[in-house]
Design a protein around this ligand. Structure first.
Ligand code: SF4
Length: 450
């Protein structure tokens, strides 16, 4: 029996200006073609027309405006991109019917606008890759990158020189990706970036329309919307990684109390001593962090805080280290990772005076790990007897057991929950588990009905 394939939408392209703009047009078309779109050589056959504009000279602007006008008259469904994207307001005023206006080099935005204006029909025969993209993680959890680069210049880090300053994705593009991931079976979204709290600073938190409402490019708005992607009988965990303790983090914690966002914060504090933090040039170096952690725990008592620390940073004295140990004792963080300071080629910290000898780094590392392992074990022991939500990562058919994680455990980096009598479960299930035992890292329990 013959299979009738749905026909993919056709895209028309008008490319104006210099060779750089032409290369941009080629990149956009390459992406659209790989997404399954077909090209139309004329206005009449196109489902949507892209006008890649040039704004270098007044005459070029004039030509771009004429091209937009012609595409609207001939086809009506027009997306404007390229240099004139900077003058979006003027274009919208002159041509209120344009479907979207995006700027030069904003490939993701323009491709997203095409997908919105002319969605690809779902077809296993036409789509080379699933709608949610190709993933290296299991189906039930997915990383969601919200920005690239970083505006800070921590003295031990070369990421800004490798990846540049912060560039945030549009909130609607992130939400669209997340929605597809959830539709494809994701039950846990792991929000990542170099600096999640700074999301949207570079685009002045500009709002975008998402399902009929405005969503700002801001961590709080994004977290709320991501948390709303699940349903009561099909919740989606939203886990925030690489959050720096800027003041607005306080606004995300109530979303955790409401159950919209997973009560988990991964905050790479790196140190606690003010003089070390100063030499590290760390962002959000706030003396009141301990007080804020206490407040977060009052608002969301189950919040799990994970962090990483560097020991043996140049100039770290015994007093600095003792300060860090006291701070950790007080902060009672749930999960801690530590590194001994190592120079990274090109990092400013390499030239700082008073490098700490390796043997001392080792000794401090061992002391810190001993303390944080004790705190973690105590915190896990306190969970024995409680009933926790657990997401299932793997089921062992032979033993009838399963391995999963509580909301306090991110995949790969935190602990696990080992279950007995769990052979009936499937990967990705979120179930209630009564905790029966604990060790330094992991919990042990049995599924119970809610
Ligand atoms: S450590 Fe993080 S915040 Fe600091 S410069 Fe590197 S990426 Fe940015």
């Amino acid at each position: 029996m013959a299979t009738i394939l749905p026909s993919p939408p056709k895209i028309g392209m008008v490319s104006l200006g210099c060779p750089k703009n032409l290369v941009d047009s080629e990149r956009i078309l390459t992406k659209l073609r790989s997404d399954g779109y077909q090209m139309s050589p004329d206005y009449a056959g196109a489902d949507v027309v892209l006008v890649n504009t040039c704004g270098f000279l007044d005459s070029a602007k004039e030509e771009s405006l004429e091209a937009i006008g012609e595409a609207i008259a001939e086809n009506g469904r027009v997306i404007v991109t390229g240099c004139m994207g900077k003058e979006a307001e003027m274009i919208r005023a002159k041509f209120p019917n344009v479907l979207a206006v995006t700027g030069a080099h904003q490939y993701e935005e323009v491709v997203g606008a095409v997908h919105e204006a002319a969605p690809m029909p779902p077809s296993a025969f036409l789509n080379l890759v699933p709608e949610s993209g190709l993933k290296l993680t299991p189906r039930h959890y997915s990383y969601l990158k919200i920005s690239e680069g970083c505006n800070h210049r921590c003295s031990f880090c070369i990421i800004p020189s490798l990846r540049g300053d912060l560039v945030s994705r549009r909130p609607d593009a992130i939400l669209r990706e997340a929605e597809k991931l959830v539709a494809a079976g994701t039950r846990e979204l792991l929000v990542i970036s170099q600096d999640t709290s700074a999301y949207g600073v570079d685009i002045r938190h500009q709002p975008r329309e998402w399902h009929g409402r405005e969503v700002r490019a801001h961590m709080t708005d994004l977290a709320r919307e991501l948390g709303s992607l699940g349903a009561p009988d099909n919740p989606v965990w939203v886990r925030l990684h690489y959050v720096y303790p800027y003041p607005h983090v306080d606004q995300v914690v109530p979303l955790m109390a409401e159950g919209l966002v997973t009560p988990y914060l991964d905050i790479p504090f790196q140190h606690a001593s003010p003089s070390v933090l100063k030499r590290m040039k760390r962002p959000a170096n706030d003396a009141k962090v301990l007080e804020r952690i206490r407040n977060w725990r009052t608002t969301a008592p189950d919040i799990a805080i994970r962090s990483t620390f560097v020991v043996g940073f140049p100039g770290e004295t015994e007093d600095d280290f003792a300060y860090l140990m006291r701070w950790l004792e007080e902060a009672q963080l749930d999960r801690v990772g530590a590194f001994r300071f190592e120079p990274v080629e090109g990092a400013a910290a390499n030239d700082l005076p008073d490098q700490v000898p390796e043997s001392l780094k080792e000794e401090r590392y061992a002391r810190l790990m001993e303390l944080t392992a004790r705190i973690s074990a105590e915190k896990l022991r306190a969970k024995v007897g409680r009933t926790l939500d657990v997401i299932i990562d793997a089921v062992d058919d032979e033993t009838g057991g399963a391995t999963g994680r509580s909301q306090a455990d991110a995949p790969e980096i935190d602990g696990e929950v080992h279950l007995r009598d769990a052979g009936h479960l499937a990967q990705g299930d979120i179930i209630a588990v009564e905790i029966e035992d604990a060790d330094e890292h992991d919990l042990f329990g049995v599924p119970v009905s809610r």
